[in-house]
Design a protein around this ligand. Structure first.
Ligand code: SDX
Length: 427
């Protein structure tokens, strides 16, 4: 059957070229313009890749207009209400949810792989103690590549599975090491009797001897509600199609570099406040606003083209409606407000800021809504997590997405090195 095509006509010389339309299973179709340069002698120009598809993927689907997010076909609302983060990791990696035994075995495997080589712990000692945990996390992940497989190429699916389990299991330990080093406290080993998420909170809070801080003379143990809240945050950050950090991971992976070098590149890309660094920037911004009486001033700054100030946690390249993850986090913030003792003062500013922005023509016209980063920080503060650890927590959630996207790319034997062209405007 003849394929549907787009015909591009060059009005300079009336040349016309046909390009096939490729349909996905959902969402916008694509025009296959891989041969555009060969046929036309010109490049397609799309800085920021606003209208450009760089790969075919069956991992995550986002509908920006509907505010829909699905992983392997499952809606994010269903996944976060019925499953734990490790179930979602299993779903992303294996294209299906685990049965009870598979979930148990996966959990046990990750617990036993959560330890890191002493060479890595010694590496942390070499960092300045006030280094941002994102810097030490990115460096330690890159260093991790020196402990696994001297050769760079993944030689079998089994080897890739091992790379996947190891990095997912070790990221919380590395993130906790990064935090503890930044606080000048001795590192601590994982406790394999605790679940993935509880173990992270344990490694963040426990004293070097494993004892938890004392409140009224008694050890303050980790509450189930805290584990549930953080597990939901990990789940909401698991994967998000071809965002900037995932594109960095795919780009580095496309050259045949070590998978952990690619993950380290993803961490670096996520750090920026236009991306994952926004969750930390939101809290600094709410503190800076300080009181709801100052909101109008900051809304005006966000709208002023001469002012570089932007409303952190607002806007999204894909979502032109409410980010479904922000909706879930907003509900969680309200549900856990009392149980977690979430800071009422910051909540008041955040809720008012959202209300004013969503009724302001500037934001309405540009479809600017709260994104995943707008509310996550309020919950993390209630979990007594310092703001410099907000983006590392995003890393813990997102690592499964990065390694799954990388595995998908490496499985595509027709895959080519990512190497865009340019519009040359120089001499
Ligand atoms: C994440 O891609 C992903 O999926 C990312 C992510 C993931 O899970 O991986 O969802 C995680 O990164 C969420 C986004 C976190 N970043 C922030 O909250 C930072 C604040 N947001 C903006 O910097 C911005 O909205 C971006 C970076 C998120 C999106 O930028 P785009 O798509 O390039 O949008 P744009 O800059 O073209 O903005 C369109 C218009 C512009 O105004 P005009 O030139 O049309 O007049 O909207 C304005 C922008 O100035 N605008 C904002 C704004 N965001 C966009 N104005 C004020 N405040 C903002 N936050």
């Amino acid at each position: 059957m003849k394929k549907d095509t787009w015909t591009f006509t060059n009005n300079r010389n009336n040349e016309s070229f046909d390009f096939d339309i490729l349909d996905g299973s959902r969402g916008p179709a694509v025009v296959d313009t891989a041969s555009f340069y060969k046929q036309s002698g010109m490049f397609l120009h799309d800085p920021g890749f606003n209208s450009t598809s760089g790969c075919a993927s069956d991992i995550t689907y986002i509908d920006g207009n509907k505010g829909e997010l699905r992983h392997r076909g499952y809606d994010i609302e269903e996944l976060t209400s019925k499953y734990k983060y490790l179930d979602i990791c299993y779903l992303l990696l294996n294209k299906r949810l685990p049965n009870k035994k598979e979930a148990f075995d996966f959990d046990m495997e990750l617990r036993h792989r959560s330890f890191i080589h002493t060479g890595i712990t010694e590496l942390f000692a070499s960092f300045r103690d006030n280094a941002h945990p994102m810097a030490t996390l990115s460096a330690s992940i890159s260093a991790l590549s020196t402990f696994y497989f001297e050769h760079l190429d993944i030689e079998s699916p089994a080897e890739m599975r091992l790379m996947e389990s190891r990095i997912i299991a070790k990221i919380p330990t590395l993130a906790a090491c990064a935090f503890r080093h930044s606080q000048g406290v001795p590192l601590i080993f994982p406790d394999i009797e605790r679940s993935f998420t509880e173990n992270f909170l344990y490694m963040m809070r426990a004293f070097p001897d494993g004892k938890m801080p004392l409140v009224d003379g008694k050890q303050k143990f980790i509450k189930d509600v805290e584990v549930r809240a953080l597990d939901t945050i990990f789940s909401l950050h698991a994967d998000h199609e071809q965002n900037a950090s995932t594109t960095a991971v795919r780009t580095v992976g496309s050259t045949g570099a070590h998978p952990y070098a690619a993950i380290s590149a993803g961490v670096s890309a996520l750090w920026g406040k236009a991306h994952g660094g926004a969750n930390e920037a939101v809290i600094h911004q709410l503190e800076m606003i300080g009181d709801i009486s100052n909101i109008d001033t900051y809304i005006a700054k966000a709208k002023d083209k001469q002012d570089p100030f932007r409303l952190m946690g607002f806007g999204h390249r894909v979502y032109k409606s409410y980010d479904p993850r922000a909706k879930i986090l907003k509900r969680l913030k309200d549900e856990l407000r009392d149980e977690l003792g979430i800071d009422g003062r910051l909540i008041k500013i955040a809720d008012k800021l959202e209300e004013v922005a969503l009724n302001d023509e500037y934001f309405i016209k540009r479809n600017l809504y709260p994104n995943v980063d707008f509310y996550s920080g309020l919950i993390l503060i209630a979990l007594k997590i310092k703001t410099n650890m907000f983006t590392p927590i995003f890393v813990i959630g997102r690592t499964v997405g990065w390694i799954t996207q990388l595995a998908e790319q490496l499985e595509d034997k027709s895959g080519r090195i990512v190497r865009p062209r340019q519009l040359y405007v120089g001499k």
